[in-house]
Design a protein around this ligand. Structure first.
Ligand SMILES: *[C@@H]1O[C@H](CO)[C@@H](O)[C@H](O)[C@H]1NC(C)=O
Ligand SMILES: *[C@@H]1O[C@H](CO)[C@@H](O)[C@H](O)[C@H]1NC(C)=O
Ligand SMILES: *[C@@H]1O[C@H](CO)[C@@H](O)[C@H](O)[C@H]1NC(C)=O
Ligand SMILES: *[C@@H]1O[C@H](CO)[C@@H](O)[C@H](O)[C@H]1NC(C)=O
Ligand SMILES: *[C@@H]1O[C@H](CO)[C@@H](O)[C@H](O)[C@H]1NC(C)=O
Length: 504
């Protein structure tokens, strides 16, 4: 054998060995799935995954809105670095050509697939789901996704089809005789069954339990209405600044809810409907859980790193609120699980952020580390998140915290308070969650310069989770907490101004 042939063989062998050492990666996104406790509903498949891997019980989104949260997760940079707080800008064309998580894997020899809702579709991913930068193949979208907002929910009394919030369906009667998540599951299984020479990075994004709460109706039978509880604190928090309130405009405008004539912006959901919405949300979550169970049957967990998360949480009547669009704990807290290939079993209670997923997966797949960004405007190849590997493989006891934010157009809640467009944003609410406290400052924001003014405050909130896990009493004027407030205010300001992420 000539030297050249041998050399080439060695290279090929090296390639193969490298690929053998590279685990496959499965990233599962569940849209709008809040962190559900087992006394609300048991999701058997997700529970099984949580019990076999690392379960982060206090993981928080950067912003409780799909596009900013997903772009943050997938670039490892906070909304302020992407200048994205709504749905209408694409970072590569507006701020910088930042690397994404799937792109990094693609550039390191992975075959990368997007199936379902991974990037938020539309302008914020340039109407391409960031293809071809992030993906080796054209992103897959379910054909029945075009009916996502169709009037297909039967009104039991009038027998008419409506655009309801609560929408249990008979799948065979649906247009296309299927539902997007069923088609997404089928496609994802096909990808898993493909023969390949490269390691796989597969991102699968399920649409439910995002509204409308549309799911095969037999899931309702598993969650009888008489087993559903009212939220522990169904009223507005005491001394809450008005700017903190999200008026859940999208919920009010669904046909079944609109009929209830709930006054805007502070009217509350009738308690019977609170139970019905909770029931359907749990049923929709159970439906997706079932699909995830089916997906997992096709995954070799010994050779795959699996992460399951959501883009943010969801209020189910807590504090009188619904949906996302706020800085409250329930709207920000997301499931976050890592399991598979050599990952131990444990539960972590330290607060962490979803921008940490990117560097964590880089570590778990043994790819070359990406440095942490050094300042707010760092445009080099860097990540603002921090790897969670020390939590996963060591026993970390030091304190950590999570930063989130939410924009508002005004102090008093108005129709666009849930989803203000950049041009209308005048206030930014920055929030820090430590193990014990949630502390939030709502301050003036300049939407052309992207600057903030800490001296112009429109609201301050402090909730003590040790005494008040449902955030029902704002303690900001309570003199016993004066030192806590001073401390958290300084910490928050430093974090936002410097973008330094917590050191363990
Ligand atoms: C985004 O899409 C527009 C319109 O198709 C295109 O001109 C632009 O180059 C795209 N941006 C990037 C970074 O590819
Ligand atoms: C994958 O390879 C196996 C063994 O060569 C073959 O039996 C199978 O049909 C292939 N599957 C696909 C989807 O090509
Ligand atoms: C809501 O308002 C409409 C029009 O004013 C009225 O016909 C309807 O009965 C009201 N519904 C409820 C539930 O109060
Ligand atoms: C972490 O703690 C667990 C339980 O106390 C122990 O079994 C394990 O060996 C520890 N791991 C490390 C890396 O210290
Ligand atoms: C933002 O700053 C610019 C420049 O100082 C100023 O012209 C503009 O009015 C400011 N916008 C707001 C909303 O304050």
């Amino acid at each position: 054998m000539s030297k050249t042939v041998l050399f080439v063989l060695c290279l090929i062998n090296k390639g193969i060995t490298e690929n053998v050492n590279k685990p496959n990666v499965l990233l599962i996104f569940v849209d709008d799935l809040r962190h559900l406790s087992t006394d609300e509903v048991i999701l058997p498949n997700i529970k099984k995954m949580a019990d076999t891997g690392v379960n982060f019980k206090n993981a928080f989104a950067q912003q409780a809105l799909c596009a900013p949260s997903r772009n943050s997760i997938l670039t490892g940079r906070r909304p302020d670095a992407l200048h994205l707080y709504d749905f209408y800008s694409y970072w590569r064309d507006t701020v910088g050509n930042f690397m994404t998580l799937p792109q990094y894997f693609k550039e390191h020899g992975y075959d990368t697939y997007s199936v379902g809702k991974v990037f938020h579709p539309g302008k914020s991913s340039n109407f391409t789901d960031d293809y071809p930068y992030s993906w080796s193949h054209h992103p897959y979208h379910a054909p029945t996704e075009i009916y996502k907002d169709a009037a297909v929910c039967k009104n039991m009394i009038t027998k008419k089809y409506q655009k309801n919030l609560i929408c249990p369906v008979n799948v065979n009667n649906q247009p296309g005789k299927s539902l997007p998540d069923l088609q997404i599951l089928d496609y994802a299984i096909k990808v898993l069954k493909n023969n390949r020479t490269k390691p796989l990075f597969l991102a699968v994004g399920f649409h439910k339990p995002h509204i409308p709460l549309k799911f095969p109706k037999h899931y309702l039978d598993k969650i009888p209405l008489n087993k559903i509880h009212q939220p522990k604190v169904p009223y507005r928090p005491k001394d809450m600044p008005l700017v903190a309130w999200n008026p859940w405009t999208d919920i009010r405008s669904r046909e079944d809810i609109r009929r209830l004539n709930i006054s805007f912006p502070f009217g509350t959901m009738p308690s019977k409907w609170t139970l019905k919405i909770r029931q359907s949300y749990y049923a929709a979550a159970l439906y997706v859980d079932h699909l995830i169970g089916k997906l997992m049957l096709h995954v070799d967990t010994r050779k795959t790193v699996i992460v399951l998360t959501s883009d943010h949480g969801w209020s189910l009547g807590e504090n009188g609120l619904w949906a996302k669009y706020s800085n409250f704990d329930v709207a920000l807290k997301s499931p976050l699980l890592f399991l598979g290939s050599g990952i131990p079993r444990k539960v972590i209670h330290e607060p962490v952020e979803l921008i940490n997923i990117f560097p964590t997966l880089v570590d778990l797949a043994n790819l070359a580390r990406i440095p942490q960004c050094t300042n707010t405007k760092d445009k080099s190849l860097c990540i603002q998140g921090k790897s969670l590997e020390p939590f996963i493989y060591q026993n970390i006891t030091s304190r950590s915290f999570a930063i989130s934010q939410y924009p508002r157009p005004s102090v008093y809640p108005q129709k666009n308070s849930d989803k203000p467009r950049l041009k209308k944003i005048k206030i930014m609410g920055y929030s820090i969650r430590t193990k014990r406290y949630r502390y939030t400052e709502w301050i003036s924001f300049n939407n052309t310069l992207f600057t903030i003014n800490w001296n112009k405050k429109h609201g301050i909130e402090l909730y003590d989770h040790k005494l008040d896990p449902y955030e029902s009493i704002n303690l900001r004027t309570n003199k016993h907490y004066k030192n806590v407030i001073n401390y958290l205010s300084k910490l928050l300001k430093t974090q936002i101004d410097t973008f330094k992420v917590e050191t363990h």
